[in-house]
Design a binder for this molecule. Structure first.
Ligand code: GLA
Length: 731
């Protein structure tokens, strides 16, 4: 609900468990006054500011350079006409003009594919207009509230209402004011193969700023964070603020903490190389920031975002409530793709219970290695002499969906496409374009490039009856010269989203996995037109444990693809048991990636049984509420408990990366069960091995039964220990 008190010029946005309050002060400035516990108080919140402290005003809802001199601004604009030396920059002083409550509104880059998310009830959206008629600018601030998840989406629209063009030099989609006081920030950082590593730091005075100046979301920094008072939050308790971007183009996140104890967070476009000129009468609408507040700690903040993403972001295909068990042959065959061996793999996969069979890189053009063929999206007759349709038909006959890998944004120099259109790639004059993984980036700001890609992809999906695309993007940008000039930072990702949306609209059964050399493209923008992501190329279960733990901070497991990959691992060389790999992969969307033709009967049985068990736990794993439990004495174990909303089922997943002989699993208290119900506990190969009441499980803890981990029978080093337990209420 959104209310406005005219008497106190106060807006109150009421969500199920939180409120967001704004007030217009005597000078007409929009001040942020509260975000947190529910309130209905409209009484004056803001005191008149003594003139000598104006420059330190830290609660402006959308500070523009011009009003606030010393703190970071969410908007900076300058005059385009350089000849006008008296106005090298413009100083908008944004003042309240009007507001309205809309039944629903959408930010820029909202999906247009027409596949609705699970929940479509309209969400009231507040639009507040701030204006400076002297400079000739208005800024509309939008607030869309999803009350059931306590999530607020915010974005802005800037209009040029003056007679001259102006340039926007910096633009945030939203600016967040935190309550005054010390502040700790949790965020994700990494690199290829080591994505989404959790980093925690206490903010000192100054500005902490991250930017990804690329064409994907990026590996180094992640556009999401949690903030709280130091020491006052844990997995289960405390007030936590969170914010993330529904955008995967060049972005920035700037966090300013002042000596007065104020914390401001600005999320929006990357400032580096940013420029956007607005002609008189023109406007620019931004994508959204998704934010919220929880008083149930980091875990509560994660669950709010997970629920919001599942219900309001992800496309919901009718009849396909859960993501299917996948087979991907990349690590099994690499570029050695051939019809016969793929059909053999598909038959083994179907026999094990796989539901989606995906052929990775190497099926097209001259793509026998990563040096050639990228850009030529025609089936290679060398690999598939009778065409790919034969394989697709066989996969469908076996009862599975059929998927293909593509990397539409790229081209190898050694490709027909590049030979025909050398000018289609991003490049700057008089400088050689650097290749990374032997590839160049297509200039998606060019309409001919976009039309060509759309035609190629539509034909591919239609002709080969494709159900699933793994959409990859394998390099960072260098020499970003484009027909769009500096707008390429926005236009590239807009074109990618439009291509995905167009494909989905034309092929409503199609699903997509977002991949960018592992986890380089994970954000709520891409997730609104895809179904899952590939969080990392690192498939070593020990390394992936931290990657998945970090991922779970912001993204639901329903989107987290995870494979049982070959061992020794191809990235790290580490040998791990298939059991460990299976338990880890069962935390997300399970996939297999071994060469199934080389499995012994016993190994195949292990996977078959694992998949059957996964299908039992999948509705909870993919649709339940995730609680990251305190591992207590078992540090550095990772313990995930996923509970169904009605508390009748739950899945416990324990992974202990190092368990020397003699390791004792201490009782571990569960949460979010019904104390009055009795639960049966089952593991992959131990159906109903014990029963316990919800009360006992939440007070005394889980009865492990087999509590002492034995030394390895083969005398090798102590191995990790993993368990996955299904809890079902006895009716
Ligand atoms: C990237 C992806 C991998 C695989 C290869 C294929 O590295 O992240 O999963 O698809 O490309 O070339």
């Amino acid at each position: 609900m959104i209310t406005y008190s005219a008497a106190h010029r106060t807006f109150i946005l009421s969500l199920n468990r939180s409120s967001y309050v704004l007030q217009i002060d005597d000078a007409g400035r929009l001040r942020h006054v509260h975000h947190g516990v529910q309130t209905t108080a409209t009484a004056p919140w803001v005191e008149p500011t003594p003139p000598n402290l104006e420059y330190d005003l830290t609660d402006l809802e959308f500070p523009a350079r011009g009003d606030v001199v010393y703190t970071e601004a969410a908007l900076r604009i300058s005059a385009v006409d350089a000849a006008d030396a008296t106005a090298p920059f413009l100083s908008p002083q944004l003042r309240y003009e009007d507001h309205e409550v809309l039944p629903e509104a959408a930010p820029a880059l909202a999906p247009t594919h027409g596949v609705a998310p699970r929940e479509t009830t309209p969400r009231p959206t507040l639009r507040i207009r701030l204006a400076d008629s002297t400079v000739g600018v208005t800024v509309d601030l939008f607030y869309r509230i999803t009350a059931e998840h306590d999530v607020l989406e915010r974005w802005v629209q800037v209009h040029n209402i003056g007679p001259h063009p102006f340039r926007i030099d910096h633009l945030a989609f939203a600016s967040l004011c935190l309550p005054p006081g010390p502040c700790e920030l949790r965020s994700l950082h990494g690199t290829w193969s080591r994505e989404t590593q959790l980093h925690t730091q206490r903010l000192g005075p100054g500005v902490l700023s991250w930017e990804e100046r690329g064409l994907n979301t990026g590996w180094r920094h992640h556009p999401a964070c949690q903030l709280h008072r130091p020491g006052a939050a844990s997995e289960t308790q405390g007030e936590v603020y969170f914010a993330t971007l529904a955008y995967g183009g060049a972005w920035s996140m700037r966090c300013e903490h002042t000596l007065l104890g104020a914390t401001h967070l600005h999320l929006g476009y990357a400032t580096e190389s940013f420029a956007l000129t607005l002609a008189p009468g023109a406007s620019h609408l931004t994508p959204a920031v998704v934010s919220g507040w929880s008083n149930e700690g980091w875990g509560g903040a994660s669950r709010q975002l997970h629920g919001f993403t599942r219900d309001r972001i992800l496309p919901a295909l009718p009849g396909e409530p859960w993501r299917p068990v996948l087979y991907n042959g990349w690590e099994a065959t690499y570029f050695d793709v051939a019809a016969e061996s793929q059909i053999a793999l598909a038959r083994r996969a179907a026999d094990l219970g796989v539901e989606l069979f995906c052929i990775d890189d190497g099926w097209f053009g001259a793509r026998r290695s990563d040096r050639a063929g990228l850009g030529d999206w025609q089936v290679s007759p060398d690999c598939f002499p009778d065409g790919l349709r034969v394989v697709a038909d066989e996969v469908h006959r076996l009862g599975m969906n059929f998927g293909l890998w593509v990397e539409p944004e790229m081209v190898n120099r050694d490709s027909d496409l590049f030979r025909q259109h050398p000018d289609w790639v991003l490049h700057v004059p008089h400088r050689a374009s650097r290749e990374i993984r032997h590839q160049l980036i297509l200039d998606l700001a060019r309409p001919d490039v976009r039309e060509h890609l759309a035609a190629q992809l539509h034909a591919l999906v239609a002709e080969h009856s494709i159900d699933f695309l793994k959409w990859d993007m394998n390099r960072y940008v260098t020499e970003p010269g484009s027909v769009a000039g500096r707008a390429i930072w926005r236009e590239h990702i807009a074109a990618v989203y439009a291509l995905m949306d167009g494909l989905r609209a034309a092929h409503p059964h199609l699903t997509i996995e977002a991949c960018s050399a592992g986890g380089g493209r994970v954000d709520l923008g891409v997730l609104s037109r895809t179904d899952q992501t590939w969080p990392s190329d690192n498939t070593d279960p020990i390394d992936r444990l931290a990657i998945q733990d970090g991922y779970s901070l912001f993204y639901p497991t329903r989107t987290m693809s995870s494979w049982v990959a070959p061992s020794p691992n191809h990235t790290t060389g580490r040998d791990t048991s298939r059991s460990l790999r299976l338990h880890l992969a069962m935390r997300g969307v399970l996939g297999l990636a071994e060469n199934l033709n080389e499995l012994s009967a016993a190994e195949a049985d292990q996977l078959r049984t694992g998949i059957a068990f996964y299908k039992r736990i999948r509705p909870i794993v993919q649709g339940g509420d995730l609680h990251r439990l305190d591992a207590g004495l078992m540090e550095p174990a990772s313990v995930w408990l996923t509970t169904h909303a009605d508390q009748t089922t739950a899945v416990l997943s324990l992974i202990l990366p190092y368990a020397p002989p003699g390791t004792v699993l201490p009782p571990l208290r569960l949460r979010a069960l019904n104390p009055d119900l009795t639960y049966t506990l089952s593991e992959i190969d131990r159906p109903d091995f014990t029963t316990a009441s919800g009360a006992a499980l939440m007070t005394r803890g889980i009865p492990w039964v087999d509590t002492v981990h034995q030394p390895n029978s083969n005398g090798t080093l102590p191995t990790p220990h993993a368990r996955t337990i299904l809890l079902q209420a006895v009716s």
